[in-house]
Design a binder for this molecule. Structure first.
Ligand code: PEP
Length: 257
């Protein structure tokens, strides 16, 4: 982390878990265990239907509400989709785009990820743009090449002012939900590489200010080591964000110097 130049963000990705009725007890347990922190933005990305309940319950803990996906279209005949305007209208502040599960199960490509990020930025919502390599790509030594390509594609046409609201999440696919975490060195290497890609496009200052998160089996035990890396500015957390005590421990790990 480097709090001098950029925001530290701990974002939970609940995926298709939890219920509106379980949010209140979750928040109560989180509140008891969570450190009071002004130096870290805490976000929970819930299924969209649960966002209003999350906002109501999250006020006291100062949790920002996030969504997990958005339509790239502004409005109209897109049954089942939710627009950025609709997310903004209920108070969503962050939204994940390009999660590997959406790429894998819904065929989302980099162009669509880019269009979704732009749709969010237009409505003042911060996109959490997910990138990351497969195990095959890592084994073939293609990690940085592939991740650099994804970052460039996701940011195409986004100007430096809009970049300030963007968050990048480096999530190696082989580490998501598998219990296999990237080592702190592996994660740092790629996050540093992502910042270098952004520096090439936008220059040193904007690159220095972008928050880059690590995601992939981050948990209460390994968070401190990952967050101690200079280019890792927080985490995108799946499984461990479903457990209030573990999630609170990860938030607490951002308090280290
Ligand atoms: C994720 O889905 O973004 C994620 C990182 O999941 P997990 O922490 O469970 O690996």
């Amino acid at each position: 982390m480097n709090r001098k130049y950029r925001k530290t963000i701990i974002a939970g990705n609940w995926k298709m878990n939890q219920l509106a009725s379980t949010i209140k007890p979750f928040m109560e347990e989180l509140k008891v265990n969570m450190p009071r922190t002004k130096t870290c933005d805490v976000v929970l990305c819930a299924p969209a239907i649960m966002v209003p309940a999350l906002i109501r319950a999250g006020k006291e803990c100062k949790i920002a509400s996030g969504a997990q996906d958005v339509s790239c279209f502004e409005k109209g005949a897109y049954t089942g989709e939710i627009s950025a305007t609709q997310l903004a209208d209920v108070g969503v502040k962050y939204c994940i785009v390009g999660h590997s599960e959406r790429r894998q199960y819904h065929g989302e490509d980099d162009m669509l990820v880019n269009a979704k990020a732009k749709a969010l930025l237009e409505k003042g919502i911060a996109p959490i743009i997910c990138v990351g390599e497969s195990l095959e790509q890592r084994e073939m030594d293609l990690t940085m090449e592939y991740v650099a390509y994804q970052v460039k594609a996701a940011l195409a046409g986004i100007d430096a002012t809009q970049l300030r609201r963007c968050v990048i999440a480096y999530e190696p696919i082989w580490a998501i939900g598998t219990g296999k975490t990237a080592t702190a060195e592996q994660a740092q290497e790629v996050c540093e590489g992502i910042r270098a890609v952004i520096r090439k496009i936008y220059g040193a200052r904007p690159a220095r200010a972008v928050s880059i998160l690590y995601g992939g089996s981050m948990n209460a035990k390994n968070a401190a080591e990952l967050l101690a890396q200079p280019d890792i500015d927080g985490g995108l957390i799946g499984g461990a964000s479903l457990k209030p005590v573990d999630f609170a421990t990860i938030i607490a790990a951002t308090a280290q110097e």
